[in-house]
Design a protein. Sequence first.
Lengths: 113, 116
Amino acid sequence: GNSVTQMEGPVTLSEEAFLTINCTYTATGYPSLFWYVQYPGEGLQLLLKATKADDKGSNKGFEATYRKETTSFHLEKGSVQVSDSAVYFCALSVGGSNYKLTFGKGTLLTVNP
Amino acid sequence: GAVVSQHPSRVICKSGTSVKIECRSLDFQATTMFWYRQFPKQSLMLMATSNEGSKATYEQGVEKDKFLINHASLTLSTLTVTSAHPEDSSFYICSAYKEGQNEKLFFGSGTQLSVL
């Protein structure tokens, strides 16, 4: 089956620190990979995605590279801000664009000033 | 951008009662919506795919008679937890799929259900 394993949280960083949230996956078929972010009181929002090996998704200073050889899609940001405090979910979908997603458990990130 | 409204955000009910959760796409039509459930420290688990005008497709292990899904219009899907029990206490999230050139999935902000 399909599964996503992401780094256990919570993660607490100081402003301007470097962020990595690890994500690995198993999938039947060739998955598309996503990172979603959920800010307090809001719905999940797509942060970035990659649809094939070696693709790099990027948005708002965040990046993640689709690594087929290590089945990973780690999220990184060079300098986090307080406004990045949120829950981050790694996810995958297989077999078309119907967005039937398999999620990881989510990682709570808190950035302190 | 497109918005999905989920209501209520929090509900507390007595064991044995039924609870209805609404999911509305506010500025687009969604033929497909999804319902997820998340227990503490667990992943969001897909419960069912809601298709406008037809029966929902439930994931393995999800009781269709307990979690009734109605997608009667292109902008509204409802999830009714029937005869709720404490083990149904969870965080329920809906999403709506916007088709087209910029196809995308939009999520509601979730409903925290607590069954006493």
